[in-house]
Structures are given as C-alpha cells and as structure tokens.
Design a binder for this molecule. Structure first.
Ligand code: ADP
Ligand code: ZN
Ligand code: MG
Length: 492
C-alpha cells in the first residue's frame, strides 16, 4: 500500500487545483425579504408564514429595506462595487420546499461585483477575487427524519421560505484546499464584523458550494469542474476538496475525463458522490421578476450605509500590533471576533502592560479553553480579569506560577479572576529575603559544578539557579528578587 499511496502523491504533484466558492449567507433581519414574517430560527414548523412566503396566488412581494442595507454593507466590506441599479429575477425550478415554483434572486444585474478578499498563507498575501454578490430569498426546509413515519414521509417547514440571503461568488482564484479554507475563514470573519449575519453553519446561516477542477502544472486552460454541494463545516469542505483532487487526478491519469457534475460529500466516508450530471442540470429559465421594481441604491444611500461599516479584522490586526506592540500572532487571536477585540482594547487601556495581557491570552487562556472544548467567548476569565491578573504579575505581587494556579481555579470554578483571587484571600508572593537567601545558599551549595561554570564566565548558568530556587520555593518566590540575590551570591 505504501507504494500505491506514493504513486498517488506523485500523480497529484503533477497537477494544480483550481477552486471557486459560492457562499450563501443568511441576513440577520428581523423579518423576511419580501414579507413581514419573523425570521426567528427554531420556531414551531410553519408558524412564521403568510400568503407571500407560502407562494399563494395573488400575494405580492415588498422588498425589505434593512435586507438591502445589510447586503450593501457586506458588499462594501468585501471591496465590491455596488451597482446603482440591480434587477430581481425569477429562478424557476420545481421542488417541494419552494411553493412558488421559483426563487426570487438576481441574475444578470446583481447588487454588487468586482470585490476581493485578501488571504494570507505562510505570511504570503494573496487576493481572491469576488465575481459578484447578489440578493435572493431562501427556500423552505424538507424534513427527512425525526418523525415516527419518516420512513414513508417527508415533511416541509416553510419558516425559512423567504428569509433574505446574499450569495457571494468567488473567482476561480484558489489553488489549494488550504487557500479555500483560509478564504472561508476570512469571509466569515468579515461578515461577522459587519454584523449582517451570525454565520452559524449548524443553523444553516452560512452554506458553501465548492467548485473544483485540476489541470497539469503550467497548463493555461482550466479543467472541467465538479461542484460539491452542502458541506456543513469548513473542515469538511477542505477534506472534500482534498478528496476531489485525488479523484479527479486519478481519473485523468488513468486516461479518463472529469464529468461536469454536481456531487455530494459524505463526511463519514470522506468521499464525494455524483448527484446529477450536466445533462440533468436545471434550466432555470431566468426572467426579470415582474412584481418588483428595479432595485436602486443611490450613491448617497450607499455612502450613508458605509458610515456604519466598522473597522474590519485586517485593519484592526494591523492597528493592534502598532498601538499595543503585540505580535501579529497575538493580534490574530485577539481579533477572532469583534467583541473579543473590543474587550481586549478596553482591558489593555487600563492594564500596566498590554503586551502581557496579550501574552496571557495566547499562553495561558487558549490552552485551557481548548482542553475544555470552549470557545474564547466562553472563557470564565474575562479580558478585564486577564488585565487585573497581568497587573498583579507586573507589580510583583504574584508570581507567574501563582497566576497559573489561580487560572486553574478560575476554570475549575467557572469564575472570573478577581472573584477567585478574592476567594483565595488575595495571596501575594513572598519577597521575604531572609527565607529566600537561605534557599539560595542551599541551592548553590548543592550545585558546585554549575557554580564553577558561572565563576569561569558562563553567566547564562544563572537561569539554571533561578529555576532551582523557584522550584525549591514552590513558585512562591519573586523571580526578580531571586535574580538579584542570586547574582550577588554567585559573584561571591
Ligand atoms: P456555472 O455556469 O456552472 O454556474 P460559473 O462560471 O458561474 O459556473 O462559476 C461558478 C463558480 O465556479 C464560481 O465560483 C467560479 O469561480 C467557479 N469556477 C468556474 N470555472 C471553474 C473551473 N474550471 N474550476 C474551478 N472552479 C470554477
Ligand atoms: Zn411571510
Ligand atoms: Mg453560474
């Protein structure tokens, strides 16, 4: 098997992947795109419906202004040019969860075009083009399981029918599953910062279809693409793309050809399966929606909407590095969400040393969160708590070891740092020099070889002694004081 997989690797190395992504994002409006029904997720089936979103004859759509504002805001955040006039169109197809028999979408005149997202991999920046961003409405949901008679019946829930979406179509600019993963991560982050969607993949508010083809390195022409649909996590999309590359390369290498088709990913098997071929592809018979006027977003309205655009993640990362002197890696973690970045800045403003706050998040908080399977927003220790503890270390009141122990208690008790610190009686590290000096004398006496090295000029050995003294004091000693005392004693 080893040779077989080496052969596959060698075959794959001859090819380059070409990937373009189509992402649907649900907008966080209170009501649907063309009627006043609530968009709330999780309501009892078919309770958030009216003649318009049920597709009853004679009901007329009225465009939700907030949905337009959100779509324009997202367009701006993604560097798109917004068309002053865009046109709604009917996309016709038959499916039980689409009661009208067509979906209102935009076709040849979308809301926005010519955008891009900047991604960074191995410190190299690359722009991924965004072909278009258009508005459309969601369909209902088919419920295939969970009912006593699910073996014979499928139920339809039309609560989602008519919920506003934006579809973001990328150029075929990505060249690896890693780039696709990075693009999706940045896209989600930007959308979250704008606040126009919660991008919750489990609830379906962010969905991605991945188009992928392969071509021999150096070839100019794209290969035939397959479209992988309905993959419900970024990790699975990456895995599905990896599988597709291998499948397509092996097909081509064995003299076959890639069929233009839509495929489904089975996460359990890690494989994709053909769903429908090009011959079976829908002809959507698009035509302009006669019940809606062209959508006009004047330059003045666009400008007004742009005023509410927040500082976006990339810009914020750069500013945090500049203003607080933290590393890019720290800034990356601290800007994962807008609220986290807000909290950090609020805490850093009051902290003695913002860098230490950033270091503690990266070095002490993330690992503990990971061990508990928590997201950073769920940390028991708030940014204010981190800042308070950082100040205590900064002033020498507590040692690094004490901080770690206190953090452990915070995670055990699910409480913030100031509360736990008070519960523990506001402990302070010992700076009692007489007790310390005794420990230091003992440590020096026990390590004559290292003492000799030190006196022979190898000054770095002091770190060894500091470590030994800290250990002997069970982490209670103040490292700075230990350092000073040790230096004196070692010089003799
Ligand atoms: P279709 O006509 O099948 O809808 P489009 O040209 O509209 O195809 O592109 C849909 C998506 O597929 C876009 O994200 C685009 O970047 C991507 N795409 C187009 N051609 C290729 C290709 N040869 N390989 C990979 N992705 C592609
Ligand atoms: Zn409705
Ligand atoms: Mg297309």
């Amino acid at each position: 098997m080893a040779t077989a997989s080496a052969d596959i690797k060698a075959a794959i190395a001859k090819y380059e992947a070409v990937i373009g992504l189509e992402v649907h994002v649900q907008l966080l409006t209170a009501t649907k795109a063309f009627c006043g029904c609530s968009t709330k997720f999780g309501a009892p089936p078919n309770t958030n419906v009216c003649p318009t979103c049920l597709g009853l004859p004679g009901a007329l759509p009225v465009l939700n202004e907030k949905a337009v504002e959100f779509a324009v805001l997202a367009s701006s955040a993604l560097n798109c040019r917004v068309n002053e006039t865009s046109i709604f169109a009917r996309k016709n197809y038959f499916y039980p969860d689409l009661p009208k028999g067509y979906q209102i979408s935009q076709y040849d005149k979308p809301l926005a075009e010519h955008g891009y997202i900047e991604i960074k991999l191995n410190h190299e920046a690359k722009r991924i083009g965004i072909t278009r961003l258009h508005m459309e409405e969601d369909a209902g949901k088919s419920l295939h399981d969970g009912f006593p008679d699910s073996a014979e019946r499928t139920y339809i829930d039309l609560n989602r029918s008519g919920v506003p979406l934006i579809e973001i179509v990328s150029e075929p600019d990505m060249r690896s599953p890693e780039e696709a993963f990075e693009y999706l991560t940045r896209l989600k982050e930007i959308i979250l910062y704008t606040g126009v969607s919660d991008c919750n993949m489990e609830e379906g508010s962010l969905r991605c279809d991945a188009n992928i083809s392969v071509r021999p390195h150096g070839a100019e022409k794209f290969g035939t693409k397959a479209e992988v649909k309905n993959v419900n996590s970024f990790r699975f999309i990456k895995a599905a793309l990896e599988h597709e590359i291998e499948r397509q390369v092996l097909l081509l290498e064995s003299g076959g050809s890639v069929a233009q088709e839509t495929r489904l990913y089975n996460a359990n098997e890690g494989k994709t399966y053909s769903m429908r071929s090009k011959e079976q592809a829908h002809d959507y018979r698009y035509f302009p929606e006669p019940d809606l006027l062209p959508l006009v977003v004047s330059a003045a309205w666009q400008a007004k909407i742009r005023e509410s655009l927040p500082e976006l993640p990339e810009a914020r990362r750069a500013r945090l590095v500049r203003e607080y002197g933290i590393t890019e890696q720290d800034a990356g973690v601290l800007t994962l969400t807008r609220s986290l970045a807000d909290q950090f800045e609020e805490a850093a403003k009051h902290a003695k040393n913002p860098k230490r706050v950033a270091n503690l998040v990266q070095g002490e908080i993330l690992g503990r969160l990971k061990a508990k399977g928590l997201e950073i927003e769920q940390s028991p220790i708030s940014m204010k708590g981190v800042a308070a503890s950082a100040d205590l270390v900064e002033s020498g009141a507590i040692s690094g070891k004490m901080l770690k122990d206190l953090y452990d208690l915070c995670f055990e008790r699910g409480k913030d740092f100031p509360a736990v610190y008070a519960e523990e009686g506001s402990p302070r590290q010992s700076t009692d020099t007489s007790a310390l000096e005794k420990i230091i004398d003992e440590v020096i006496a026990a390590n004559p070889k290292q003492l000799e090295q030190y006196r022979a000029g190898k000054k770095t050995v002091i770190a060894f002694f500091v470590g030994q003294v800290m250990k002997a004091s069970k982490g209670q000693a103040n490292p700075q004081v230990v350092n000073e005392l040790l230096a004196k004693k070692l010089e003799g």
